[in-house]
Design a protein around this ligand. Structure first.
Ligand SMILES: Nc1nc2c(c(=O)[nH]1)N=C([C@H](O)[C@H](O)COP(=O)(O)OP(=O)(O)OP(=O)(O)O)CN2
Length: 244
């Protein structure tokens, strides 16, 4: 079987520390991280793509820029996590538990992003790759104009020139192929033949205005509402997703 693959990259500046590893890693230190995500599909969509670069990057970047860039990634048990958060610093916690229902909106909103890493105790490079794989996969599911059967290929996260981690999902990463569209009715997430892709308005999916502030997804300009919903960490993780 042939396979098409595309790759997008994004970078972010973030501190982390790994107090359970060696002496060097227990210091709060920063890296210029790179994340690279590939998306695979057995056949190209009607628009000749696996997934349109711009829309996919916007969805991925929205999460990274909002929750990780110029912040700190820490284990939930790390005492620095609450100290930094109490001082207004951006903190993304690995291994965090859901807040009690009576907690304030800010805490609930933070959790919506942190639930991608709830089963990952520490922000190792490997764990960051898993977490960003979940974000990327949710961005892909749903309406993005992508080829039938398109799914997450792999995620590479680089923290230094010498250190990186690859995450490859246990499954192929391909969600079930979408049903072929009835004539004249483009399937969700696919482009109708001959339908030009209008930026931010994928064919077959009405872009509902104004959405997911509640989902913790930044309402970045140009990201289709549905795409933002798709990276909504509040969406329940399926068994398959949680294996990623
Ligand atoms: N498997 C992993 N090992 C280590 C991780 C990790 O995330 N996964 N992280 C660290 C530290 O965070 C540290 O940033 C990197 O440590 P190290 O490579 O030892 O340090 P340098 O980048 O300074 O290495 P040099 O090549 O000597 O410059 C450690 N291990």
């Amino acid at each position: 079987m042939t396979m098409h693959q595309i790759c997008v990259r994004h970078n972010f500046e973030s501190a982390h520390r790994l107090p359970h590893l060696n002496d060097k890693c227990k210091n709060l230190h920063g890296h210029s991280w790179w994340v690279e995500v590939t998306v695979s599909a057995p056949a190209l969509g009607d628009d000749g793509t696996v997934v349109e670069f711009g829309i996919f990057k916007k969805a991925l970047r929205a999460f990274v820029d909002e929750y990780l860039d110029h912040g700190a990634m820490l284990g939930d048990q790390d005492p620095l996590a609450s100290v930094l958060a109490d001082h207004g610093c951006k903190v993304y916690r690995f291994g965090a538990s859901p807040p009690r229902p009576d907690r304030h909106d800010g805490e609930r909103s933070r959790w919506q992003a942190e639930r991608h890493a709830t089963d990952l105790a520490y922000p190792t490079v490997e764990a960051v790759a898993v977490m960003l794989g979940r974000v990327a996969r949710q961005a892909l599911q749903g309406m993005l104009p992508c080829a039938a059967g398109a799914g997450l290929g792999h995620v590479k996260v680089t923290e230094t020139h010498t250190n990186s981690a690859h995450f490859v999902p246990a499954t192929s990463g391909l969600p079930p192929a979408r049903e072929p569209a009835a004539a004249g009715t483009p399937a969700a997430g696919t482009l109708a033949a001959g339908t030009p892709a209008v930026a931010g308005t994928p064919a077959g999916t009405p872009a509902t205005a104004g959405t997911p502030a509640a989902a913790g997804i930044p309402a970045a300009a140009g990201i289709p509402a549905q795409a933002r919903q798709d990276i909504d960490p509040a969406a329940p993780l399926t068994r398959e997703r949680s294996r990623m």
